[in-house]
Design a protein around this ligand. Sequence first.
Ligand SMILES: [Zn+2]
Length: 136
Amino acid sequence: MSTINLIRPLFSSFRRSTITLSSKYSTGSKTVDNDPVVDIENPFEKEKPQCILCKTKIVPNYKNVQLLSQFQSPYTGRIYGKHITGLCKYQQEKVEKEIVKAQNAGLMASYLKDPQFFKDPKLFDPDKPLRPHRFE
Ligand SMILES: [Zn+2]
């Protein structure tokens, strides 16, 4: 008698526990199956570095002398290099091409910067190049 009394509550509690476990498991698996798969953008993705002309979507043109003169040294009229202007290769080549075009058209000086553009905002600091020059 005593052994049966001992086993019964144990057995019943075991059964109860298995039922609750199985029900929990089934609901758990159901919720996992019903979870919709959502594609979200990577919140930790870094912003692609872009040059100032690509970022602002400005296309350099030989008629826009004021913009082109911002890439010209006020002392020598020389076009600043890519390591100073921070432009990408494509935009730097385009700026250089348009400056030569403007100079050939007589719109822009070759050996000096037009003094009326001296007070224009500076896009970069020639004394602090963004990248070291390849010959330095
Ligand atoms: Zn660019």
